[in-house]
Design a protein around this ligand. Sequence first.
Ligand code: 13P
Ligand code: ZN
Length: 272
Amino acid sequence: MGILDFEFIKGFARCAADGAAMGWHERNGGNISYRLKEAEVALSAPYLSDVLPWQAIGTEVPHLGGEYFLVTGSGRYIRNVELDPEGNICIIELDESGENYRIRWGLRGGGRPTSELPSHLMNHQVKFLATGGKHRVIYHAHTTNLIALTFVLPLKDEVFTRELWEMMTECPVVFPQGVGVVHWMVPGGREIAVATSKLMETYDVAIWAHHGTFVSGEDFDLAFGLMHCVEKASEVLVKVLAMGGKRQSITPVDFRQLANDFNVTLEERFLA
Ligand code: 13P
Ligand code: ZN
């Protein structure tokens, strides 16, 4: 049994392979991060090296000081993760200030974590605080249909939430808080990380206009499943628009009844 047999590495690799099979990860598009459990850090200890230097994250996440993350490498192809985890992903450790990281395992031959590390870690911090540490996965994918919709729909949380909810009955049950939208911004830095993590205070889904989607979840199944749901609802909407638009739909009265029967709260601002 080696580190590649550990469940969290296998789960990570399966999420990567499934995302690639969905067509969401052209070239090096998209990235994944997972916050290790204490027991997983202990289990990994014999495989960790401490020779690589500390580097600046490019933002600060003080509440995550000392935590370990499994993350994809920058420029690495998601489709290659399952074939060669050690060449394409890495375990990083954060220092106590939450301002620096160092690579402890992986990215054999050199490399650095995803350029979206600031967004991943700031989202992790928001969810760590909001869920009492339950959420461990942040996943960014280049979801084709959702990207297409950002060229057509007004870039408003209320509009995207309502339209996606209407496309599949289970959507409001899967993401009752709705989805947030970040207007186009330069990716890969602190500014977009701040904007995205602000939305993550309210939602588990943040759409990057003309770019892709970030989701947060407790585990790989929930994060992948959430990405799959919002992207499938987007695909339905693209088809509906291509067929000339809605002629009938789920109404606000229907949503209120659904919310009642499924015991979820749907904010009225999405039903207006
Ligand atoms: P990385 O290869 O640095 O992870 O970047 C891919 C991407 O999707 C940027 O938004
Ligand atoms: Zn991207």
